[in-house]
Design a protein around this ligand. Sequence first.
Ligand SMILES: [Zn+2]
Ligand SMILES: [Zn+2]
Length: 497
Amino acid sequence: MRGAARPPRPLHYERHRPEQTTLYRLVQQHAAHFIAHTAASTGAELPRFIKDEFDAFLECGILAHGFLRLRCGECGHDKLLAFSCKRRGFCPSCGARRMSQTAAHLVDHVIPHVPVRQWVLSLPIPLRVLLAAQPELVTPVLQVVQRVVERHLLGHTGLKSDEGQGGAVTLIQRFGSAANLNIHLHCLVLDGVYRCGADGAPSFVEADAPTDEELHVLLRSVIARLMKMLMRLGVLVEDMGQIYLAEPDTEGEESRTLRPLQAAAITYRIAFGPRAGQKVLTLRGAMPREDRARQPQCADIDGFSLHAAVRVQAHDRKRLEQLCRYITRPALSDERVQLNAAGQVELKLKTPWRDGTTHLVMSPLEFMQRLAALVPRPRLHLIRYHGVLAPNAKLRAQVVPQGPPAQAPAATEAAAAAACEVEPVQARPHRISWARLLKRIFDIDMQHCPHCGAGELKIIAAILERPVIEKILSHLGLDPQPPPKGRAREAGLHFVA
Ligand SMILES: [Zn+2]
Ligand SMILES: [Zn+2]
């Protein structure tokens, strides 16, 4: 395999070790038990995509499950790159990398150089339960919000609906600060509208900030339209002047496994097991805060809230990127998950709650329930583009920024160039295409060798077969065996703290 012209330097090895984090160990020891326990206590299987998420997480970043070998064209420095799970549920390292990439992409390639206002819509608990169970409903909900906000912006600029067009990016955030399931919408809305001149070139007309009064009117309008739409779809029903969630269909395995998990994770309760239905224990390590006065530019009605106080100036791209990072941040970070002396999981809150709560305490099995509820359905798009930023919008190409070229082509080219060298390594029996392999790594900086800073990295091999993996890792003094995955305890499916 070492076919390079100049003698390669010894392999350099730098990597965090995911298998040493508390979160990894918890999943390793308790995921299989959790899956078996759920099946035993509900008589139904968890959906495949949730079991796969736990499995993939246990392989994420572990060299013993295979890696790419990269080499610098200048100094011959070698680097191993383990594959990532790239899942969207709870993996902190993939979540953090996705956050950085998404934020950079939005700033460099999507959001025009105009002022942007963040509109956040939170929903009452019954609607969170509904959207968790039927995520396809997010699309019509978003349409309602976008329509109301765009009409408001047009009104502020004095333009008619056919004279101007707004634009927005929405990030559907699925969790709150306690890794609780809390589906809410962060819309980054261009704070004004584009108007096309006689020559067809778009110019941006800024809108004024909404007053508190206007926000209340807007939220009322959003609520009225949402209710109407959800009743028309038959998921809400009205009876004697009260509105209820329609009886969900109780057929199918998900109604017995996933839905109770989701509902519990939304209300901070425990789904199955001896403590089912109870609230999660909390620890108070901070002083309760005084209830602050009502926030400006925030409306609250019947469990809905609409918040629009955050605005970023046209050229403050740094702040825009911070905001994009904030709204694409992962549900968990490794530091926030700890074990206490009694073997219970302490989940640290990002900021203490108003009552002084700093940590949630749960058994490992209860924590697995919380993780499972965080996993989004496959193919559910969590980023949506509207108006001039929609993928097919006529004006899109004229308004989006032309940032630096994306990294992806570099990696693809490197892979194509290396393909012939890689052939012998990955031939038979399970040939995996380059496209599929590259999907398992994040865009990395292929232009700058981490060792000399000057050379370009090339992928020289994909190491996927057990004997080769073992040989290389043993040679480097690394553990050639993947960490064992826990096995479901067979007898007595009782809670083990
Ligand atoms: Zn991962
Ligand atoms: Zn180098």
